[in-house]
Write a protein that binds this ligand. Structure first.
Ligand code: AMP
Length: 388
């Protein structure tokens, strides 16, 4: 086999991004600023990346001929979304380097495979059982106890495909809701409930040469299972932050990631860090790096997949990010001018036309002298957008 080509892909060349959402749009903005061409590959024509890339290929991720046509003009391809068949990544890889490799997508897009990977490599996570039947679920509940969380193994995100079980009567209902799919039983994972102190995440990059560069851990607050506010500093003891950073780097190395990935953690009341999820791409909790760090997570993704030196992840200022979900539009177009009147606030809108409740439409970032002040600013700015 020929040795893999490790020469850097330099500005002027063409980067492909699988997926056309806001993460792809922000990747495209960073890459084009650096002088690259960007082509996005999506199954939706009117997607956020459409306005920011040089070319958009619209087709079916399951169609190898479409993927081969899309790959023809690319020098490298990466992902912005993990609910793409890993096979699509493998098809592309026949024509162009895919970073991270499709195998990374394969492991992390399925909770059962991801948990098996974590356990095999000794990374601590919540106790879990893989469930294929109603009987399995009863046995898993008997093993792990209640409360517990039942999750579909595949294609879940932002709390979709999840149920919290608190009473024995919930077990059959949960199986009927999540397990009994129209095409036969779905694979599920039951997780023991973690009574965590807080949630944090680490966005990190790994270069072609194996070098790791991690951003400071962000503290994440969720509302209705969807990320609501992320902030840095995470206001936790240094040993906890160092442990999370080390685990994140070790996970990227064990997976062989070339690119950016995010590791989400539960921090327990006694300061242990348990891995919740791995996303093999940039992450919502890393958006504040755009304003707050020497290098944004999107520029870092460009550098990593192009085989360039990774940028400095230094945090220049405390920062907080608040998501703007479709709910903010409940009483009409939000009052952006009012939000932008709050000092240190920046607005990012993704260009999505339909503000459905729970849909990520944009975000606000605030910089300040302290993390608390950044959180106050960003939540105040978001409150001010709401009319009525
Ligand atoms: P996930 O999609 O797995 O990231 O879950 C979404 C959110 O649900 C997490 O960020 C937590 O706030 C909550 N959650 C998920 N799993 C558990 C668990 N095992 N124990 C406690 N909370 C959980």
């Amino acid at each position: 086999m020929a040795a893999a080509d490790t020469s850097p892909i330099l500005p002027g060349r063409t980067l492909g991004i699988l997926g056309g959402g806001q993460l792809g749009a922000m990747f495209a903005m960073a890459a084009r600023r650096m002088g690259y061409r960007v082509e996005a590959i999506s199954d939706i024509a009117d997607c956020p990346a459409a306005r920011h890339c040089d070319r958009l290929h619209v087709g079916d991720y399951g169609d190898p001929a479409f993927l081969a046509r899309a790959a023809a003009g690319l020098d490298v391809a990466t992902f912005e979304f993990e609910n793409i068949p890993a096979e699509a990544g493998r098809s592309l890889a026949a024509a162009v380097p895919v970073r991270p490799a499709a195998d990374v997508l394969f492991t992390t897009q399925d909770r059962a495979r991801e948990k098996a990977f974590l356990t095999q490599h000794g990374f601590a996570c919540a106790p879990y059982r893989v469930v294929h039947s109603r009987e399995d679920l009863h046995a898993a509940v008997a093993d792990l106890g209640l409360p517990a969380v039942l999750k579909t193994a595949a294609f879940g995100y932002d709390g979709k495909g999840q149920m919290r079980l608190t009473r024995p009567e919930d077990v059959d209902t949960a199986w009927a809701t999540l397990g009994a799919g129209p095409d036969g039983p779905r694979e599920l994972v039951l997780e023991g409930w973690i009574d965590f102190d807080c949630e944090i995440s680490v966005v990190a990059a790994r270069g072609l040469d194996g070098e790791i560069a991690a951003f400071a851990p962000t503290r994440n607050a969720h509302a209705h299972h969807i990320l609501d506010v992320s902030s840095v500093p995470a206001e936790l003891p240094q040993p906890v932050l160092s442990a999370a950073t080390l685990v994140a780097g070790n996970i990227l190395t064990a997976l062989g990631v070339v690119g950016v990935a995010c590791v989400e953690f539960f921090v327990t009341k006694d300061g242990a860090v348990l891995v919740n999820e791995i996303a093999p791409r940039t992450h919502n909790s890393g958006h504040l790096t755009i304003e707050a760090c020497d290098t944004s997570q999107f520029e870092q993704q460009v550098r990593a997949v192009c085989g360039l030196p990774l940028g400095s992840t230094r945090q220049r200022r405390p920062a907080a990010m608040a998501n703007l979900l479709g709910d903010v539009w409940a009483n009409g177009e939000p009052d952006w001018a009012a939000a932008l009147g709050v000092p240190g606030v920046s607005l990012h809108l993704y260009g999505k036309s339909e503000p459905r409740p729970g849909r990520k439409m944009g975000h606000l970032t605030a910089l300040a002298d302290t993390g608390d002040e950044a959180i106050r600013r960003v939540t105040r700015a978001r409150d001010l957008t709401r009319r009525g």
